[in-house]
Design a protein around this ligand. Structure first.
Ligand SMILES: CC(=O)N[C@@H](C)C(=O)N[C@@H](C)C(=O)O
Length: 719
């Protein structure tokens, strides 16, 4: 078959990759029945080789019936690359902005600004205050919270460490009149001989984040204080004010005995704490020995909700929703873990990282997005009864992210495999069925793949164990060929990473690109994916390399049975655990797959254990309990090796492209390098691309684009 030219692939990449992705969106009430929608987007800029950030504003009015009236787009997109966090005050009159700026010497400085509707009214140089290290702006720990009286801001930053100096540093032996700066710095405590002490951080994508502490900026004095009374050896994040501003509530992750990588791992031991600022006493609110996160107060301040799941086992799990009554201190599980959804009770459970800042419809109902089989769905939860109502379930958009709620106006972002992100608003009915929402788009999707059609198929597993758990596959087909039997198309089978994550029917850049270029794509949500109940998740550890492999193969066969695909031209792709699966497929089905493309693949669990930021993961997925003290035995290493792709290396024949991020702390590049060397030594065609300054996702703009073009040329050369 003639594949589209490389030039065509470049053009399609430019078009599809130009789709902006939403970073944040919020609603502000700006008048009677008038709301403004501020959204921040990130977009690849191939010319500048970076992601740019910009803000868009829309105005939404409600008519006399309380329904959406006009949507006005003033066309005021503004690029904003120095803003790290933005937070509107409770009254909506002030806006706090954390900004990162390079000074004339090229050193990075962080400022906290406050704006009113006319101008900037405060600007505090946090770096110059020198009370703490960098402010956290990530999605795990980061926060920026206004006190209810709008005079204080709460955020999280790296704890200031005593300065480490050499025993031989003469400048430290005494101040001098010529060097007053040295004298001033001498006021800070100094520790001799600590310069090279290893300080563990929170791992992949959280490099340099060791010991976050809460910080309070008083806007009247311009002073920052780090509250006293914090628990020892706990990393503080997601801090919020208590309703009367007398204290703070936060998530604290245990630092001891050592940190395990936090990103993509919602099973780290943590607790919800309440610190009383005047008495400087700190108490736990949640029970200990769990993994908890995201505390949020109800609007009437009577209840605190948070998310809880086990701190043992799989890295992502179905979670409980906990309600804590602030006065009585009583705790209740309001939404429990769902083992197996059924036809009568299809809700598959909660899979939530963090609640949105404003998630309350009223004092009883919260709104949240969660994985629901192969879609991302907005649900409403009555926290008194635990009743769950699905608010989004249309055929056109499979991915819905809840953004904000003001009064009964809801702001959401939706997408599908053929349409990039689109902001929509709707009004939640006061009475009757709250899922009857007429959604109104604020703009068109910036990319529409009109030549692609998508569907989801449900499959039964072909293994005895766990055979009662079904799984799904998202299929993308080029429209022109979807009805034709004559010209069969090449197929790419795609496996997601994790393994406990999911492909949702939102905008999928790489699968969409390949489909635009004439491939059929099967994105497999094998057993163990999130969104299908806890029993599905628990069915995989101990069976990786078997159950997941069989499900991926069953999905490939099912798509071929539909008659559109040429079974002689099948390739496999995936990153990380998806790379583990891709390399397994070419080892276990050497006649079936004609090419393999993989990003930072796990190829040998036994070897990964010593180099990854999540040694616990390698043991759990191989079916063993992790203990912080464990020094694995030879049998344990054997178990990990035996379920790895490396155990099948002798059978591999498919040409294999490996793309590695040199700075990946999650799956060390040696995993891919060794696999590449083993293939070379066996005469199997292979190519290794190493992307400097890229970590696990390989998502720097130039690297990502280069990955795609190399994937395309590799596949078209070998299919
Ligand atoms: C928990 C985790 O990070 N596992 C990795 C091996 C993995 O598969 N990561 C996923 C999220 C990825 O796609 O990179």
């Amino acid at each position: 078959m003639d594949f589209p030219s490389v030039e065509r692939a470049v053009k399609v990449y430019r078009e599809c990759a130009s789709a902006p992705s939403l970073s944040s969106a919020s609603l502000q009430k700006t008048g009677d029945s008038v709301f403004s929608v501020h959204s921040t987007w990130s977009q690849r800029d191939l010319e500048r080789e970076c992601n740019i950030k910009y803000r868009q504003t829309h105005i939404v009015t409600l008519d006399s019936n309380g329904q959406i009236g006009d949507v006005i787009d003033p066309g005021t997109n503004t690029e904003l690359n120095s803003e790290q966090l933005v937070r509107w005050s409770p009254s909506g009159k002030l806006k706090a902005v954390l900004r990162k700026i390079k000074d004339k010497k090229g050193d990075e400085k962080q400022y906290l600004e406050v704006w009113n509707n006319i101008a900037k009214i405060h600007n505090i140089n946090l770096t110059a205050l020198d009370k703490h290290g960098k402010v956290y702006e990530d999605g795990e720990f980061g926060c920026l919270e206004w006190s209810s009286c709008e005079s204080q801001l709460l955020y999280v930053a790296e704890k200031k460490q005593p300065k480490a100096v050499s025993y031989f540093d003469k400048s430290k032996e005494g101040g001098s009149e010529e060097n007053p700066e040295t004298d001033a710095k001498k006021k800070d405590p100094e520790v001799k001989g600590d310069q090279f002490v290893h300080r563990q951080d929170w791992g992949e994508l959280l490099v340099g984040k060791h010991s976050p502490v809460p910080c309070i900026l008083n806007l009247q004095t311009g002073q920052v204080t780090i509250p006293e009374g914090l628990p020892n050896d706990v990393s503080v994040g997601q801090a919020i004010w208590t309703p009367d501003d007398s204290g703070i509530v936060f998530t604290g992750w245990e630092n001891e005995p050592y940190r395990l990588g936090l990103i993509y791992c919602r099973n780290r031991r943590s607790a919800i704490y309440h610190l009383d600022l005047s008495s400087q006493t700190c108490n736990t609110i949640s029970i200990t020995g769990q993994s908890v996160r995201s505390p949020v107060f109800s609007p009437d301040a009577s209840k605190l909700i948070y998310i809880q799941n086990s701190c043992h086992g799989p890295h992502m799990q179905c979670a409980q929703l906990i309600v804590y009554h602030w006065e009585s201190k009583e705790t209740k599980v309001t939404v429990d873990i769902v083992q197996r959804p059924t036809e009568g009770r299809p809700f598959p459970g909660l899979y939530v990282g963090r609640f949105e800042q404003q998630c309350w419809l009223d004092n009883e109902t919260i709104l949240v997005s969660t994985a629901w089989r192969s879609s991302q769905t907005i649900i409403a939860i009555n926290i008194c009864t635990g009743e769950v109502t699905r608010l989004t379930n249309g055929p056109d958009f499979g991915s819905w992210m809840f953004c904000d709620i003001k009064q009964r106006l809801i702001l959401a972002c939706r997408s599908s495999p053929t349409r990039s992100a689109q902001l929509v608003v709707g009004v939640i009915p006061q009475e009757g069925d709250i899922s009857c929402i007429n959604w109104k788009p604020l703009h068109e999707s910036s990319v529409i793949l009109s030549d692609v059609i998508w569907s989801v198929i449900t499959l039964k597993p072909k293994t005895e164990q766990g055979s009662d758990i079904d799984f799904e596959t998202i299929i993308l087909k080029p429209k022109a060929n979807s009805g034709s039997q004559e010209k069969k198309l090449p197929l790419i089978v795609w496996a997601h990473g994790g393994p406990h994550s999911v492909f949702s029917t939102g905008y999928l850049l790489l699968p969409g690109l390949f489909c635009q270029l004439g491939f059929v794509i099967a994105c497999v949500n094998y057993r163990g994916s999130i969104g299908f109940g806890q029993a599905s998740i628990d069915s995989l550890p101990g069976f990786v390399g078997t159950h997941d492999v069989k499900d991926v193969q069953a999905a490939a066969e099912a798509v071929i049975e539909q008659g559109l695909v040429d079974r002689e031209r099948v390739a496999v792709s995936g990153g990380s655990h998806g790379g583990f699966l891709s390399t397994h497929m070419i080892g276990q089905y050497p006649d079936f797959y004609k090419a393999c493309i993989t990003r930072n693949p796990v190829t040998n669990l036994a070897a990964m254990l010593g180099g990854t930021d999540i040694p616990s993961w390698t043991m759990t997925e191989a079916g063993m309990d992790f203990d912080f003290k464990i020094a694995p035995s030879a049998e344990m290493y054997a178990k990990m090796f035996n379920c790895s792709p490396m155990a099948h290396i002798d059978k591999v024949r498919a040409p294999t492209l490996l793309m590695l991020g040199s700075d990946d702390l999650r799956v060390p590049p040696q995993q891919g390098i060794r696999y590449h060397e083993m293939l070379k030594a066996r005469g199997v065609k292979t190519r290794l691309l190493m992307y400097p300054d890229n970590s696990h996702p390989i998502n720097k703009v130039d690297a990502e684009a280069d990955c795609f073009m190399n994937m395309y040329t590799w596949i078209t050369e070998h299919l």
